[in-house]
Design a protein around this ligand. Structure first.
Ligand SMILES: C[S@@+](CC[C@H](N)C(=O)[O-])C[C@H]1O[C@@H](n2cnc3c(N)ncnc32)[C@H](O)[C@@H]1O
Length: 200
């Protein structure tokens, strides 16, 4: 059941470095699109004093997350929720307020409606002043920041024209529309970026 992912194992350290200073002293953090669960396990082990809520719409991903939770005996990680950000009805258990929301490598592998759903959901569920952390490859002002990302974008759009790398301007506009203010853009290894938004 337990899945691994080389990219997630590589980026969890750099992500945790940016995420750590954002984390509150106490509270609940929701992860959207947890995938195999590599990140939530690393985050929960780094901060056992916080309560972590993973989620993913894919049942195989949820089985993997549950297997990781069981193997690591993580008492501070809830069972994964079936949460698709494009759906208007988020699960009843995803009841806010949350003190932070994290998502890694979602926006380029889902239609644009996922960005709209993520921002609207974050605005609904986050406590005042709580953060939204979004990690992935992004364009800026319509330009890619590496040839690798350009090719990746092309291959995603060839699979499905609704997918592909998003532009930072579009993502921040979408966030602002839901009342989330851009706080920071952090350049990350392998031409990725971390975006930090703040609930008003
Ligand atoms: C590239 S994987 C990243 C997984 C994990 N965050 C990581 O970095 O290891 C993308 C994940 O997004 C999930 N996903 C796709 N569409 C989604 C949606 N509309 N709402 C929530 N999650 C979605 C997929 O099921 C998949 O697990």
């Amino acid at each position: 059941m337990k899945q691994t992912a080389a990219a997630s194992e590589r980026n969890r350290g750099p992500i945790l470095e940016v995420l750590s200073p954002l984390l509150p002293e106490a509270g609940r953090i929701l992860e959207v699109a947890s995938g195999p669960g590599i990140h939530v396990v690393a985050f929960a082990e780094a901060r056992p004093d916080l309560d972590w809520q993973p989620s993913d719409p894919d049942p195989h991903a949820r089985a993997s997350i549950a297997a990781w939770i069981a193997e690591r005996r993580l008492a501070n990680v809830a069972q994964p929720l079936d949460l698709d950000v494009t759906r208007p009805d988020w699960p009843d258990d995803a009841v806010g307020p949350f003190d932070g929301l994290v998502t890694v490598n979602l926006l380029h592998v889902a239609p644009w409606a996922a960005c709209e759903g993520l921002m609207a959901g974050a605005a609904r569920l986050l406590a005042p002043g709580a953060f939204l952390f979004v990690y992935g490859p992004f364009m800026r002002d319509g330009r890619h920041n590496s040839e690798g990302n350009r090719q990746f974008d092309r291959s995603l759009r060839a699979q499905d024209p609704a997918l592909g790398l998003r532009d930072l301007n579009d993502v921040t506009d979408c966030a602002a529309h839901s009342g989330l203010a851009l706080e920071a853009i952090v350049e990350m290894p392998a031409n990725n970026r971390s975006l930090v938004f703040r609930q008003g």
